[in-house]
Design a protein around this ligand. Sequence first.
Ligand SMILES: [Zn+2]
Length: 469
Amino acid sequence: MAEIIILACAMSHGILKLSDMKIIISLVLLFFSLSATANTGYQPSFDFRLYKKEATDTAPTVLIIGGIQGDEPGGFNAAALLATEYTITKGNLWVVPNLNFESIIKRSRGIHGDMNRKFSELDKNDPEYALVQKIKAIIQDEKIDIVLNLHDGSGFYREKYIDRLHGPQRWGQSIIIDQEKIETQRYGELMALAGEVRQSVNAVIDNDESRYRVRNTRTREGDAEMEKTLTYFSIRNQKPAFGLEVSKEYLTHERVYFHLLLVESFMQNLGIKFERSFALKKDAVKDKIDNHVKLSINDGKIYLDVGDARHRLGYVPLEKSVPMDIDSNSPLLAIVNDHKGYRVRYGNRHVTYLHPQYFEYDSSLEQVTIEVDGQQQTIELGSIVEIKNSFFVTPLPGYRANVIGFKKTGLKNESGVLIRRKDIASRFSVDKAASLFRLEFYKDKKYCGMLLLNFNNKKPAQISSLAVH
Ligand SMILES: [Zn+2]
């Protein structure tokens, strides 16, 4: 059965109406309409994203790669945060957060085999041939000075065997180099640089088990497996490269925390300066990964908060036979069509399943007026409204408001009615906590767009924006 996969066009700020995303969106549409017309032999094509975060030419350019294996969420979530939540103020950071995107959203190490064994020889018929060629070209780009490949590895690497989880056969909490040094103009002293990063990272890690080691695989001396890897491809092309391994013994947000510690230490060492939108603490990292991802479908016609969504959402107004385009602030978001509905995936996670109800769309309505807790507000469709107690949609001639889960006998248009949280049935909420509800607008039988109503008396968590250096 052919699957149709819709890839998110992620952007760093905001979710809608960024003109530079239009090209990508239309490319996705083109891809989608081409694929939708092919009934047989359809092969979904997954592409990765490259973020170029450039400040100056004077400091070096580091290439970060996440998700070469799809079941290593520490690496690809860390790279996604680097791509979307960091601002570079000196030097340059290129980030590929989702190299093996198909395997990431299908939660597999490698749907088409291990991609990290495809960098010495590869059959042209390999389904990932084009992707591997593309990332090879990025690695070889003359601007790239250093490559960091982010992995989640088993156990804890130690020079000598200690127990099943700690020993030379394990990979976690290590910085991997293929050899002691390479002949390059800059940064060729791999062992020395790894040692400096190790020292600065270990100084802030408060327990011995989590502290990093440096592991030299001595690939050139006859490690046939390591010769096939991305980092060794870089080395053969005179690009200093490091594998960063965080232990799979940790939870995802803890892995991300360790990866970011390491990457930041590399950047500091190389003179790259940056700011990030959250504190580098485990709880703040968890909050960033779990609670700040938004999904916009069809240019904001459908707008969802990905965190804590219900496993299934019914009556989602979609257009029949019209390609769906999606947008997200995370590059890890994708939608997989299985003929009945749409599975929304965020990295390795299931977000929700959308059961569509088909409508024609109307685009005449961009904003609406709502009285929220007694205060009149003009609100753009495709956004979230924060409500403490009650709201009231100002009637708009020709348009009908529908609060999903609110019912009053004989009432078709729910504008002009004061509505409180207790008037809406909890099971219709978007989120499991039953605080987020859909307010939809229609013109005759056509669907105009929606707002999310967030009934919440709690203040959002205060995560301060931290400047580094
Ligand atoms: Zn790996």
